[in-house]
Design a protein around this ligand. Structure first.
Ligand SMILES: Nc1ncnc2c1ncn2[C@@H]1O[C@H](COP(=O)(O)OP(=O)(O)OP(=O)(O)O)[C@@H](O)[C@H]1O
Length: 326
């Protein structure tokens, strides 16, 4: 649905996007993460057909953003960083106006406007002046404007920026609902937001892609188990160190009788013959006085800081070799 190949953007002689490559499959929600100034909005502007790349290609729904920008715009709904709203207009009047500009046919326009007002939960304020609405409502009106022509792809630049937790939850649910029939790419600084909303994530740092991963398949998996024993755990430590599916096992000096065990990738595969259930059974058979197992997950936050700390362009973590995203 979205295909980016070797995308480069220069502003004057300053290169702000360096050879970006990624794809987002149909019906997926892709989070676009990165520090301030890393190039998220520039990439989104290019994908929306509003800004030309310096080299490389980007296609949306099979249409090239440069040579077929009209088709791209017809298939894309874009919610920019600061969405343009006519604050003195009433909500319904404004969305109607956008529908006309977008070319919705005159016989469908009323129906399309009513549909989008309901879809974005703003029907109750249809006759209110936009400038008098709360920020959360204004953001949903802006979403109406991005959606009224029924695009197949939604591009949302920081859709929850500046909203309170309640409004964030509302927009998050709305994005999930909208994604049932669309491909969505959204940028955000809020890592928990991306983890809760997206299927996959692209992390961009200084204009370079630093990581791409599928969230459900990779980021959420437990990486470590912390085993706690009732008495000295030296023989248990030795036992874990002998297992070929254990990457590392060490005593934790700050936690008495605890061992941190990190498992290899094969531990998680269905056909490796090892899993948490039979490992626990084996430990019990060893008569180690095991009193607790705690799961440690690697979250998006750890991944984000790991890649952001590394040198731009030097390091790319690609956790999804099966490649839905790539
Ligand atoms: N029109 C422009 N002319 C010159 N430089 C620009 C222009 N637009 C963006 N830039 C620069 O390109 C770089 C990437 O900016 P961009 O807005 O894409 O980053 P971002 O990741 O969206 O940042 P933020 O999270 O702060 O919104 C920044 O250094 C910015 O100053």
């Amino acid at each position: 649905m979205i295909e980016v190949n070797g995308l480069v953007k220069l502003f004057g002689d300053r290169k702000v996007l360096h050879n970006l490559n990624f794809t987002v499959g149909s019906g997926r929600i892709c989070g676009f993460l990165g520090p301030n100034g890393s190039g998220k909005s520039t990439t989104m502007d290019i994908l929306a057909g509003l800004l030309g790349p310096s080299s490389g290609t980007a296609k949306v729904c099979g249409f090239d953003v440069v040579t077929q920008s009209k088709d791209v715009k017809a298939n894309v709904g874009y919610l920019p960083d600061n969405p343009p709203l006519y604050k003195e207009m009433k909500v319904k009047e404004f969305v109607h106006y956008v529908a006309k500009l977008r070319g919705n046919s005159s016989q469908d326009r009323n129906r399309d406007v009513d549909w989008v007002l309901n879809e974005c939960d703003v029907a109750d304020v249809a006759n209110r002046i936009i400038g008098n609405l709360s920020k959360g409502y204004r953001q949903r009106v802006a979403l109406c404007a991005a959606l009224v022509h029924k695009p197949k792809v939604l591009i949302l630049d920081e859709p929850t920026e500046g909203l309170d937790p309640n409004q964030i939850l509302h927009i998050r649910k709305l994005i999930k609902k909208l994604s049932e029939e669309r491909t969505v790419i959204l940028s955000s600084h809020i890592l928990s937001e991306v983890q809760a909303t997206c299927d996959e994530v692209v992390i961009i740092n200084h204009g370079h892609i630093a990581a791409k991963t599928s969230i459900q398949n990779n980021v959420d998996k437990p990486l470590f188990y912390l085993y706690t024993f009732a008495s000295k755990a030296d023989n248990a430590l030795h036992w874990f160190q002998q297992r070929n599916y254990v990457l590392s096992a060490k005593s934790l000096s700050q936690k008495n009788n605890s061992i941190l065990v990190e498992f290899g990738k094969e531990f998680w595969s269905d056909n490796s013959g090892v899993n948490i259930a039979n490992v626990t059974e084996q430990i019990v058979q060893q008569n180690f006085p095991l009193i607790g197992i705690e799961e440690k997950k690697e979250g998006l936050e750890e991944l984000f800081f790991e890649v952001i700390r590394s040198q731009p362009g030097q390091h790319q973590i690609q956790l999804s070799p099966s490649g839905e995203l790539l």
